[in-house]
Design a protein around this ligand. Structure first.
Ligand code: WQD
Length: 341
């Protein structure tokens, strides 16, 4: 079976992608330094898949670790690169940590496998768009000055990938610009595991509903949106995982796309914070304790993606709706309450 290296493969999106790679007949090989993931997710993956995928605890910023990885896995059909620091707020406080980790890991990986004919999928983000001038935002939208060092690492990483291909690399490369990944696997055996107080909306919702948090604060309802709260393109993490398989298949198909391209990966629809809260309450039957608070600095007012390019070229589109996102996130929250990892 074609081996696919999954860096950050024990993380939220990485672990769900490992499952979809197996479902698609690939052999995933996980690399993770466990700086922002739980090693027990490997056991959870074993329960879903029926066997534990290969796993190396390695730090891609370490030359020695990269050399060890290449010696052990010289022949890969592809790489899906998730491993990166990704907390927007933390990146503002610790920019050098973000620039070192996100750039060194990417560059070391590209250096180790340059000259190989492999397909490389990069985990990028809609954050590269900032507040778009037009909605839905397309891949042709202007890339604005990043609003955080985290966002800047995604913008510059995309430029690095584009330049590597332009230099004549034998790698084919696709960047997937995610919108807001939420939800969990239908088995409730894997899901989002925020460390400490959740920064993101949906884990804060489920932790409030389960009683870990006293109440949710909605960061502002005075925006120029239908109900005043921020609008985002929330995408089920399983749909997102399947987009990575679609990107690999697209590169394997031999279609000439110039060696590098970018795709929006979202639902193409926007949902407000209050709509998400109401969807949670409706699908779970749990009344959520929330209040309206002040705006959060750095939040863009509304953003959702135009996903026609991925539909037309990757032959991929989302299948799961916001209700499924809420129900699976809630089932996962209940699972980890009864089965702490
Ligand atoms: C969503 C909405 C908040 C928490 C970030 C990154 C992005 C990507 C996804 C990595 C906003 C509101 C949130 C809360 C709230 N990450 N909210 N109360 O900021 O859209 O995107 O995560 O790629 O790059 O920027 O996601 O979940 O933090 O916020 O009202 O307690 O929920 O104001 O409107 P965001 P989020």
């Amino acid at each position: 079976m074609a081996k696919i290296l999954v860096t950050g493969g024990l993380g939220f999106i990485g672990s769900h992608t490992v499952v979809e790679l197996i479902n698609a007949g690939y052999e995933p090989v996980i690399v993770d330094n466990l700086s922002n993931s739980n090693p027990k997710i490997l056991d959870q993956l074993g329960k879903i898949i029926g066997r534990k995928p290969a796993f190396y605890k390695l730090d891609l910023c370490s030359q020695a670790d990269i050399t060890e990885l290449h010696d052990k896995e010289p022949e890969l059909a592809g790489i899906i690169h998730f491993a990166a620091s990704k907390a927007v707020g933390e990146s503002v406080k610790e920019p050098l940590k973000y620039y070192q980790n996100n750039f060194f890991s990417l560059i070391n990986l590209l250096e180790a496998y340059k000259g190989k004919k492999l397909n490389f999928v990069f985990s990028s983000s809609c954050t590269v768009y900032g507040q778009p001038d037009e909605l839905p935002v397309t891949e042709k939208a202007p890339i604005k000055t990043a609003t955080s060092p985290y966002g800047n690492t995604k913008q510059v990483s995309e430029e690095i990938l584009r330049d590597v291909v332009a230099s004549g690399s034998s790698n084919k490369i696709i960047s997937l610009r995610y919108f807001n990944p939420v939800g969990a696997h239908s088995s409730a055996l894997i899901g989002e595991l925020p460390i400490g107080v959740p920064q993101n909306l949906v884990p804060f919702i489920t932790q409030t509903a389960i009683g870990k948090r006293q109440k949710l604060t909605v960061f502002g309802d005075d925006y120029n949106t239908p109900d005043g709260s921020n609008v985002r393109d929330y995408i089920h993490v399983v749909d997102l995982a399947k987009a990575h398989v679609a990107a690999l298949k697209y590169m394997e198909s031999g279609v000439d796309f110039g060696g590098y391209d970018v795709f929006n990966i979202g639902t193409g629809r926007g949902s407000s914070v209050l709509e998400v809260i109401h969807a949670f309450e409706k699908t779970t039957g749990v009344k959520l304790n929330y209040e309206i608070g002040p705006r959060r600095g750095g939040d863009v007012e509304q953003v959702w993606g135009d996903v026609t390019k991925a539909a037309g070229q990757l032959h991929w589109k989302t299948e799961l709706d916001v209700d499924a996102m809420m129900l699976t996130a809630w089932n996962w929250e209940k699972y980890i309450k009864d089965n702490p990892l």
